[in-house]
Design a protein around this ligand. Structure first.
Ligand SMILES: C[S@@+](CC[C@H](N)C(=O)[O-])C[C@H]1O[C@@H](n2cnc3c(N)ncnc32)[C@H](O)[C@@H]1O
Length: 339
């Protein structure tokens, strides 16, 4: 690790602009109780479009490797990530599925145009859902082409990320401690292949938790009895996806980092998120009385996060408002678990 002067260490309760792989080297060794982040998933989002698959793997590998130094002994790295559900694999045999139900579809261009006339904003996925066929059928009827390029295009498969992440963590000296499944809202719209295969829709992600060897204080009083029952001891966390993600396209719900922060840290501990996005982890840390360090390579994300934190601190000027905000977060969760 490069030698960093003490005065140059990143300060807690700040959001920094820069590459995680550069800035993690500036965090004071053995000070982070929990590092919790959700990296690019290699699914073509704006902030990752320049990454090749190898670049993506290097990004994860380097970032994980840099954690050993900065985590407190007995501390944790929690990674929220999903499998890649539509991974193009050139090496896969190009064999098109025989879609029996599709062959039976007796659908004409005129029928589609009639429905489209009544619903001009419907795209080919919505039309496919309506007619119970694939979007290729819609496209073929409307334009006479095959949008997938048939058997000449690379096949797609599911890429399972868990093994890759575990190997990277082991290389870094971190051990798999736990894994939870976050059940989010089912993404019917973006799981369009489910109509032409046996695959499930996209509706869960993982939280992989890695441990840095050292004494871990197990303090059961961090959660109430009810919280242990509701989620502390549970492997599956049902948390609705963020309703409005206009400020950042891949926000996770605040309840996700909030739970991990409550479980794995004490008051005033430092929580790090080196892919801070819209600042969710920082907000969760503040709401639980922890310190945070945020990092993001996109200026826009840094600005959004700083603004989110600042508005939270605005509440802090009026403690009652702050309490209301935290209560609101809790009430949403309670409402969910009672149903
Ligand atoms: C999945 S999003 C995180 C969203 C965040 N959890 C939230 O709730 O808003 C990933 C973030 O990582 C950032 N990012 C991508 N590559 C990065 C890198 N090399 N260093 C730091 N940030 C990076 C992106 O700009 C993006 O904001």
């Amino acid at each position: 690790m490069a030698v960093v002067k003490i005065s140059e260490y990143l300060k807690s309760n700040h959001i920094y602009h820069g590459d995680a792989r550069v800035l993690l080297k500036k965090i004071e060794p053995e000070t982070v109780a929990l590092s919790l982040w959700s990296p690019p998933y290699f699914v073509g989002k704006d902030y990752e479009k320049e990454l090749t698959f190898d670049d993506w793997k290097h990004l994860l590998h380097e970032t994980i490797a840099l954690h050993y130094e900065i985590l407190k002994p007995g501390g944790f790295l929690a990674i929220n990530i999903a499998d890649i559900l539509c991974f193009k694999d050139e090496s896969m045999p190009k064999i098109m599925a025989e879609n029996v139900s599709r062959r039976k579809i007796d659908l004409t261009r005129a029928q589609i145009l009639k429905v489209k006339d009544k619903n001009p904003d419907w795209n080919r996925y919505k039309l496919a859902e309506y007619f119970g066929c694939s979007e290729q059928t819609i496209d073929r009827r409307l334009h006479g082409n095959n949008i997938r390029g048939g058997k000449y295009q690379a096949q797609t498969r599911v890429f399972i990320v868990g093994g890759l992440i575990e190997r990277m963590a082991l290389d870094a000296g971190l051990y798999a401690y736990d894994r939870r499944i976050w059940v989010k809202d089912a993404a019917w719209e973006s799981s369009r292949w489910h109509t032409i295969s046996y695959r499930a829709v996209d509706e869960f992600e993982y939280l992989y938790v890695f441990w840095k060897p050292g004494v871990t204080k197990v303090d059961r009083s961090r959660l109430t009895k009810q919280e242990w029952i509701n989620w502390g001891s549970r492997g599956i966390w049902e948390i609705p996806s963020v309703r409005s993600n206009a400020d950042h396209e891949s926000k996770f719900p605040i309840e996700l980092p909030r739970r991990a922060i409550k479980l794995f840290t004490d008051s005033e501990d430092i929580v790090l998120d080196c892919f801070i996005g819209s600042g969710t982890t920082a907000l969760a840390a503040i709401s639980e009385g922890r310190r945070y360090i945020g990092i993001d390579k996109e200026k826009r994300s840094v600005e959004i996060s700083r603004a989110a934190v600042a508005s939270y601190h605005e509440y802090a000027k009026e403690p009652q408002q702050m309490e209301l905000m935290v209560q609101e977060i809790e009430a949403k969760y309670e409402a969910k678990t009672e149903t």
